[in-house]
Write a protein that binds this ligand. Structure first.
Ligand SMILES: [Zn+2]
Ligand SMILES: [Zn+2]
Length: 230
């Protein structure tokens, strides 16, 4: 089977999906993709299924619409990403803390990220950009090891939340999921998101190899069995 990310076929559909997320903060429907690509709906559905198999995007449970195209998500997931330039009226749902930094990185855009601490409920609002790290002191919890992320990628992203502090991650974890997960500084997650997602919407984007991604994790100190990609 040919590579679904090679130029033509599924790649064209994938690029249209990302174009729509970038411009409008939403996922296109299958009918819309069919019209814009000039191919039948059935062919679009087949292309989407192949892209989902390649983890190039994520479909809904019923397979009839786009759920996520990392770092974008088609439905609210606890993070709102707003351009810092007040004249830009676009908004995006961030799939998780990492993806929220990824949206900024992918578009080369300074943003404000709004969320709430899962432990205390306090509103968290931080600026971030390709050259601008988030506020210091914020922490991000990863719920499960890298090898298990794609077993339920929507569930994984849903649980990669930002907390006001490491103390609040630890208190939350002790109550809800003792002994599980990994706590990272938000600044390290931001440093990871920039190269991980930085080229995602470029016309010439090619998916990273597993080895490349492993090096990116190591580059920000995320090492050991928890961080071993499958
Ligand atoms: Zn808190
Ligand atoms: Zn995510």
């Amino acid at each position: 089977m040919t590579d679904p990310m090679a130029v033509g076929g599924p790649r064209r559909i994938r690029d249209l999906v990302y174009e729509t997320f970038v411009a409008e903060g939403r996922a296109p429907s299958i009918g819309e993709l069919s019209r814009r690509a000039g191919v039948p709906r059935e062919a679009v559905a087949e292309d989407l299924a192949r892209l989902a198999d390649a983890h190039a995007l994520v479909l809904s449970e019923d397979g009839d619409r786009i759920r996520m195209a990392h770092p974008f998500t088609a439905a609210p997931m606890a993070f709102v990403v707003t351009p810092q330039n007040g004249l830009d009226d676009r908004r995006w749902w961030g799939g998780c803390a990492w993806d929220s930094f990824g949206i900024s990185a992918a578009m080369g855009l300074d943003v404000r990220i709004d969320t709430a601490c899962p432990h205390c409920g306090a509103a968290i609002s931080t600026l971030a950009g390709p050259q601008q790290p988030p506020s210091s002191g914020l922490a991000v919890r990863f719920p499960r090891p890298a090898a298990e992320w794609w077993d339920d990628v929507v569930g994984t992203c849903t649980m990669i939340r930002m907390f006001c502090s490491r103390d609040h991650v630890e208190a939350w974890t002790a109550r809800h999921s003792p002994g599980a997960g990994y706590v990272a500084d938000a600044g390290d997650v931001w440093r990871l998101a920039v190269p991980w997602y930085g080229h995602r919407v470029d016309p010439g984007f090619t998916p990273h190899t597993r080895e490349h991604n492993q090096q990116l994790l190591e580059g920000v100190g995320l090492t050991g069995s928890f961080w071993q990609l499958p």
